[in-house]
Write a protein that binds this ligand. Structure first.
Ligand code: NCD
Ligand code: ZN
Ligand code: ZN
Ligand code: ZN
Length: 387
């Protein structure tokens, strides 16, 4: 499914099942217009957006707002996840049936937070009845506390409060077992910790309906890069150790981790200039994901082939979430991206279509830049005429 055009390759449009668009309410960080333009520039034709907006995406009107605004101003398809609960850290589950009718593609606690097992079980039972997935951020906040980076040697050296890997793996284990009990499809966001990869592998072996994603930054970076001052290195889950990074790579290669998702999380420059401990968590990722992974994992490390990378960024998410795309949709119009594998550029956040500039990858050299993106048969990004 990789074709050639003038020395460029043509691959299926990328699908990112984890994006924070910040719209409505946090438009100073990103809008549907700028976020989807960023997606198209990165070769993405479908993205799923997270509900931690203002207000929280917890009702059908807001699902319709996402679809309507995307129709008017969008440069790719946007699939909204609804919050599991009403409001932020709500005590009451959302009206899942009405949300499904309005186009929610799953229910998540990402950026919203559900801690009690009983509530998660109820959400899973309802989602299962509706045939929709539960998508978990997977963080036991009673274990992560006030941490701002991975708990380990580096956090100790810097004197910063840490988030232990078990805050993630304990939560994944609990929810995997609840998924076994309820039969729901459980999707685990941004896996970052070695023990969490092991739990997912174990759960798959048990026949639990569990899938998982990993971000480019957890595949490429570790906490060794953190100096305790630059909040462009602060993300949740945190960058962990080399052992964890290698475990994520191994999980991606052996099929434990199904797909790559960016967790694109734009913040303002002012917010990211704050002290490391108080700045918000998150990196932008849509415009750098493919070039970074192609350059580092395909070209340099030769851990993946181009075909395998495309599978993790397009075909696998389409299969797991039952989406058209990942190929030319049957009876539909093409979702494609033309990529120049030879052109090398230096990552410069000033050039991003996203409002967010918050990336730890500024200054990295990468190859594999999209030159043309086609979504539903329409050109959504085109720099074939620029030098
Ligand atoms: C996300 C955000 O900024 O909304 N931040 C992050 O570091 N990933 C929330 C999240 O995905 O947990
Ligand atoms: Zn998250
Ligand atoms: Zn760990
Ligand atoms: Zn997120």
């Amino acid at each position: 499914q990789v074709h050639e055009l003038n020395g460029n390759v043509i691959v299926p449009g990328f699908i990112d099942m984890h994006v924070h668009l910040r719209d409505p309410g946090l438009e100073y960080k990103e809008t549907i217009e700028t976020g989807t333009r960023s997606a198209a520039a990165g070769g993405f034709t479908t993205i799923a957006c997270m509900p931690n907006t203002k207000p929280i995406l917890d009702n059908p009107e807001l699902m319709r707002y996402i679809y309507d605004t995307t129709n008017k101003t969008g440069s790719c398809k946007v699939l909204p996840y609804a919050a599991i609960t009403r409001g932020e850290r709500g005590e009451e589950l959302t009206d899942m049936e009405a949300l499904k009718e309005a186009g929610a593609v799953g229910f998540t606690d990402d950026g919203v937070g559900v801690q009690s097992g009983g509530m998660m079980r109820s959400a899973m039972e309802r989602a299962k009845a509706l045939g929709l997935p539960i998508v978990i951020h997977a963080e036991d906040e009673s274990l992560s506390g006030k941490g701002c980076m991975n708990e380990g040697d580096v956090s100790k050296r810097l004197g910063l409060p840490g988030i232990p890997g078990v805050a993630e793996s304990v939560h994944v284990a609990r929810d995997a077992l609840l998924a076994e009990l309820t039969g729901v499809h459980l999707h685990v966001c941004h896996i970052s910790d070695a023990s969490a990869v092991d739990v997912v592998r174990w759960a798959k072996g048990r026949g639990i309906r569990i899938t998982a994603e990993v971000t480019p930054h957890h595949l490429l970076l570790t906490d060794e890069g953190i100096d305790g001052t630059d909040a462009n290195w602060k993300v949740n889950p945190p960058l962990r150790t080399e052992k964890d990074r290698l475990a994520c790579l191994e999980g991606l290669l052996d099929g434990t981790i199904d797909m790559i998702a960016t967790d694109h999380a734009p913040h303002s420059e002012e917010e990211k200039r704050r002290a490391f401990q108080v700045a918000p968590f998150g990196f932008v990722g849509l415009e750098t994901a493919f070039p970074l992974l192609y350059t580092e994992l395909v070209e340099k490390a030769k851990l993946l082939t181009l075909q395998q990378l495309v599978k993790k960024m397009a075909t696998a998410p389409a299969e797991v979430f039952n989406l058209p795309g990942g190929t030319v949709a049957e009876g539909g119009l093409a979702d494609l991206v033309v990529v120049n594998l030879e052109e090398e550029r230096v990552i410069d956040p000033a050039t991003f279509a996203s409002k967010g500039r918050n990336t730890p990858f500024a200054g990295w050299r990468a190859k594999g830049w999209p030159v043309l993106t086609i979504c539903d048969g329409k050109v959504t990004f085109d720099r074939t005429n620029s030098k």
